[in-house]
Design a binder for this molecule. Structure first.
Ligand SMILES: Cc1cc2nc3c(=O)[nH]c(=O)nc-3n(C[C@H](O)[C@H](O)[C@H](O)COP(=O)(O)OP(=O)(O)OC[C@H]3O[C@@H](n4cnc5c(N)ncnc54)[C@H](O)[C@@H]3O)c2cc1C
Length: 401
């Protein structure tokens, strides 16, 4: 009898899993259900080159590959409930989908500022294509832009907005921009590079309220300073899109806990056969580093997790070779990049785990490679330029994996 896989989340993780299922030999039904109205597209350009130009679906859409041409896509339909006993999911229009295999690929959404006068226009986030279209229209020369949050996305939007001729101030509770992945020395260097391009910073500061009656006119900081503003970009971390799983017994304490085969794990610690999680939502242990389960919000993870789930789920559904595949270790190398002005920051591993940081090559203000160590062992590298050194260190990070 023919089997059905339902994938919830029609973005990169969902698409890559559908491709991997087909590559593994699964020829039965695959349905992908997404709440956005667009076919899967690539998010990184939305804060970088595409935001700097014209934001269109065409500019960011993923290529539809031959092997997934017969996948059924349902767009604009949030899944609102899942029943793991009945093996069904239900969308907000009341349609119920039965599955033999379920893939959780519903990703994240931006966290918003909680302020008393939040009901003003001019507030933006950058997660979706629609978000980026709205923000692009507001980034006109001379616009006074406040970016809340100085992580990857906040820094990229600040750089892009400067390039478009906006006045930009970045506000963050951290002591430096991108301090968590970079550490203080590199992050202070990055701040100086932004300041050279005219970005102002208000660090170790929070946002207390917004000014404006209808349209935003200012952003009030928690030390009383008022920043005049037309545009506020909120890039202050994310929420996990797991509410549709609230009626299950899965461990949803931070994303969805998963085992090494990326099977979802219940609150009692049991792996659920046939139910997998991919992408930003997957919280799994990576033996390259330790046995602590973590989520990794980097672009290569939807692909790596999708490639892991495809063969395992196919084996489960076909009954062939499942136990052997589940027993294999899963050791993806986290890899990330960030484009800001003419800088390409590239990194591998988990630098945020480090207890010691040192420059391996180059120097502050120029090209450099920074090493991140925990207990004397390299756990991450980040650099600007010097790609061949970075690639050598990536191999060292992989060890025998
Ligand atoms: C602006 C931006 C820039 C980035 N830049 C970089 C970068 O430079 N380098 C890097 O390494 N990473 C970057 N990333 C991170 C990278 O894009 C993500 O890691 C990746 O998109 C995660 O893919 P995903 O499929 O897990 O989740 P998502 O891409 O979030 O996809 C989840 C999908 O599920 C949908 N969904 C949610 N709930 C439901 C529901 N109930 N029912 C149906 N559908 C639902 C969502 O709307 C979404 O379409 C960036 C991310 C953003 C937003």
């Amino acid at each position: 009898m023919s089997k059905s896989v339902v994938i919830v989340g029609a973005s990169m993780g969902g698409l890559r899993t559908a491709e991997a299922l087909r590559n593994a030999g699964f020829t039965d039904n695959i349905a992908v259900i997404g709440d956005e109205s667009h076919a899967p597209y690539n998010r990184p350009p939305l804060s970088k080159e595409v935001l700097a130009k014209e934001v269109t679906h065409e500019a960011v859409a993923f290529k539809q590959r031959q092997q997934t041409a017969d996948v059924v896509w349902k767009f604009g339909s949030p899944v609102v409930d899942a029943n793991l006993d009945a093996k069904t999911v239900t969308t907000d229009d009341g349609e119920t989908f039965s599955y033999d295999g379920l893939v959780i690929a519903s990703g994240l959404r931006p966290r918003r500022l909680d302020v008393p006068n939040g009901n003003v226009t001019g507030r933006h986030t950058v997660r979706s294509l629609d978000d980026a279209i709205g923000l692009r229209a507001a980034l006109v020369p001379g616009a006074r832009v406040v970016v809340a949050g100085a992580g990857f996305i906040g820094c990229e939007v600040a750089a892009t907005a400067r390039g478009l001729g906006c006045e930009v101030t970045a506000v963050a509770i951290d002591e430096y921009p991108m301090v968590r992945p970079l550490g203080p020395t590199f992050a202070a260097d990055l701040q100086a590079r932004h300041e050279t391009h005219g970005v102002q910073f208000r660090l170790r500061r929070g946002i207390a309220d917004l000014e404006g009656d209808g349209a935003l006119t200012g952003v009030l900081l928690d030390d009383g300073e008022l920043l005049p503003a037309d545009v506020l970009v909120e890039a202050i971390s994310s929420h996990c899109n797991t509410e549709w799983l609230n009626n299950t017994n899965l461990d949803l304490s931070n994303g969805v806990l998963a085992d090494r085969a990326l099977r979802a794990v219940t609150v009692d610690g049991n792996s659920v056969d046939g139910v997998h999680v991919v992408g930003d939502l997957a919280r799994f242990a990576n033996p390259l580093f330790d046995d602590v389960a973590r989520r990794i919000e980097h672009w290569n993870i939807p692909t790596e997790t999708g490639k892991r789930v495809g063969p395992v789920l196919n084996a489960y559904l076909s009954g062939e070779g499942y136990d052997e595949l589940v027993a294999q270790p899963f050791t993806p190398m986290p890899s990330f990049w960030s484009d800001q002005y003419d800088l390409k920051i590239q990194g591998f591993g988990m630098p945020a785990l480090a207890d010691e940081i040192a420059i391996i090559e180059g120097s502050i203000g120029g090209e450099l490679v920074m090493g991140y160590y925990r207990g004397g062992k390299l756990v991450g590298v980040v650099g600007i330029g010097l790609t061949s050194t970075l690639m050598k260190l990536r191999k060292e990070l992989m060890g025998d994996a």
